[in-house]
Design a protein around this ligand. Structure first.
Ligand code: CA
Ligand code: CA
Length: 148
């Protein structure tokens, strides 16, 4: 039995991550979620898409949910957006965010890398999905921790 994924971050880091999501969503109607788990033996994009679905992340009015996925043990990560985002943004939309995450993860700066990715996602999404005055928090800002 390995360590539970939820123990990977300190309580302060978890609060900071949740706060980063809340702050990012003040700029955009897009909904950002973070899923962290130990293992991802297969294809990381397939796994992220599965988690996206499992977390009910398609349940947004504008189909503008974004999942940031991290597998701790396999050192794999992904960032995927729903169809509403893919229809509007250029194909390389996530590249700079991914590059930046990779650099930080290589230095084992996991919470820093994730917080910056969340912040940048908010900044980028704002251009296509600005925050609305009648905004609803459609998807929980809590970190989702996997059991596998
Ligand atoms: Ca919202
Ligand atoms: Ca939210």
């Amino acid at each position: 039995m390995g360590k539970d994924a939820s123990e990977f971050f300190s309580e302060i880091e978890k609060d900071d991550l949740k706060q980063a999501i809340l702050n990012a969503e003040l700029d955009t109607s897009g909904e950002i979620r973070l899923h962290v788990e130990n293992n991802c033996p297969g294809d990381v994009l397939d796994r992220a898409a599965y988690i996206f679905d499992k977390l009910g992340m398609k349940n947004t009015a504008q189909r503008n949910g974004v999942l940031i996925y991290l597998s701790i043990n396999h050192r794999k990560f992904a960032i995927i957006g729903d169809s509403g985002i893919n229809a509007k943004v250029p194909e390389d939309f996530w590249n700079s965010i991914k590059d930046d995450m990779l650099v930080k993860f290589r230095n084992s700066e996991f919470s820093r890398g994730l917080i910056d990715a969340i912040t940048q996602t908010g900044v980028q999404l704002k251009k296509f999905f600005p925050h609305q005055s009648d905004d609803v928090d459609e998807l929980s800002n809590d970190i989702s921790f996997g059991k596998n």
